[in-house]
Design a protein around this ligand. Structure first.
Ligand SMILES: Nc1nc2c(ncn2[C@@H]2O[C@H](COP(=O)(O)OP(=O)(O)OP(=O)(O)O)[C@@H](O)[C@H]2O)c(=O)[nH]1
Ligand SMILES: [Mg+2]
Length: 389
């Protein structure tokens, strides 16, 4: 038994050793394999790093190329600048008024080129187009009557030759003397800005202020629209952008007190120009009259005369409604002129003719966009050329 036991014990030992050897071998193999893997991984990583570096290099290069392109583009922009400015007022006005030019006024051009003879039918179609362009019926009849006389006087026979005659006739209705805002006094040139809500009073005041500040003038603005806090904030933003000073009172205060303080500040600060923004929310004619009378009296008292601008702002996209507003304001207060806004947004614009003709007061400026520079001094001939050519 002892022998078998010993023999069996030795075999067991041998088996154990064998197993241990195999185990070590296996571990070595695993280790080798892992080492291989690590080597492979490192190799791949290196390749990737090289690729990344290449890409990064390319990006840097491309970036540099891009920068160079940008610089040269900028240079060419600067180089082109004089060319852009050369295009001048007329061309940019044309661009701003493209809707009117291509809209109903554009259809006038088509009318004359499509017709073969000057006859009653042509005039009737012309009337339709003019009425649709917000020129109004009365005004349209006057224009067509004048046109017929001019066509006869000039011996025009072909429809295409009627087109330039119509341009002249229309221009006649836009020429009203004294189209510039009068800011010729040494100091305290006051501009009171009125109009119904939303027509663009505040925006226009910002544009005017910016124009005068750029000319080196000192501008003080009064926030006499005290109906809502947002109105003052909006005006304040414009005043800051324009570089003008703002006089304001809390929401709900008396607009008269704002006007009084603004004029006082303008006087003390030696302002060249004082512009007053007013509220457009006066529900009836009586209220409107009373409010404007009060503001006007404060201004007259301070200036000791009534030599100041009182400007009605009209939204050029509201058509004949704008004419009705002009009539009402003209009845209740003394107006020295108009500013017609948003002409960039209308395919019509005929309101300009009705206002000039009926109220015989100048359109001083037109608004052609929401930006600070989107204001143009109004010139009838230039306007006609911009929408007709
Ligand atoms: N496209 C265009 N938008 C304009 C022009 N003028 C003013 N607007 C816009 O018309 C809107 C009303 O302008 P406001 O200046 O607030 O009008 P407001 O008359 O002061 O209005 P209230 O203070 O509410 O009476 C704004 O969104 C302006 O950006 C213009 O000439 N062209
Ligand atoms: Mg306003």
């Amino acid at each position: 038994m002892g022998f078998f036991n010993r023999l069996f014990g030795r075999k067991k030992e041998e088996k154990k050793e064998e197993l241990e050897k195999e185990h070590i071998k296996l571990e070595e193999e695993i280790l080798d394999e892992e080492l291989e893997n690590i080597k492979e991984l490192e190799k791949n990583k290196k390749e990737e790093d090289i690729k990344e570096e290449e890409i990064a290099g390319k990006v840097v290069l491309e970036n540099e190329k891009f920068q160079e392109e940008l610089i040269s583009e900028e240079k060419s922009l600067y180089a082109e600048k004089p060319k852009v400015e050369k295009k001048g007022f007329l061309s940019s006005l044309k661009e701003k008024l493209f809707r009117s030019r291509e809209g109903l006024f554009g259809s006038l051009k088509n009318l004359f080129s499509e017709k073969s003879i000057v006859d009653g039918e042509m005039y009737e179609e012309l009337e339709d187009i003019l009425v649709q362009s917000d020129i109004g019926i009365e005004m349209t009849l006057k224009i067509v009557k004048d046109l017929k006389v001019e066509v006869k006087n000039r011996g025009v026979k072909k429809p295409e030759d009627v087109y330039p005659v119509l341009k002249d006739v229309l221009a006649n209705y836009l020429i009203v003397e004294n189209t510039q805002l009068d800011v010729s006094k040494e100091k305290m040139n006051v501009i009171l800005v009125v109009g119904v809500n939303g027509v663009g009073k505040t925006t226009t005041i910002g544009k005017i202020a910016s124009k005068y500040v750029k000319e080196g003038k000192k501008v003080v603005i009064g926030a006499a629209d005290t109906f809502r806090a947002a109105a003052v904030e909006q005006l304040e933003e414009w005043a800051n952008r324009a570089g003008a000073e703002l006089i304001k009172h809390p929401e709900g205060s008396d607009p008269g007190a704002v006007v009084f303080d603004t004029l006082k500040a303008g006087d003390e600060k030696n302002a060249d120009i004082v512009i007053i923004d007013t509220a457009g929310r006066l529900h009836n004619k009586n209220n409107l009259m009373k409010e404007l009378e009060k503001l006007n009296n404060i201004i007259k008292k301070k200036l000791n005369n009534d030599d100041y601008e009182s400007i009605l702002v009209i939204d050029g996209t509201t058509g004949q409604n704008g004419l009705i507003q002009a009539r009402v304001f003209n009845e209740v207060t003394k107006l020295t002129g108009f500013i017609v806004t948003k002409l960039d947004g209308t395919a019509k614009g005929g309101i300009l003719f009705s206002i000039s003709d009926e109220l015989k007061k100048p359109i001083k400026y037109i608004g052609v966009g929401e930006g600070i520079d989107d204001l143009r001094e109004f010139n009838g001939k230039e306007y006609i050329n911009a929408i007709f050519d």
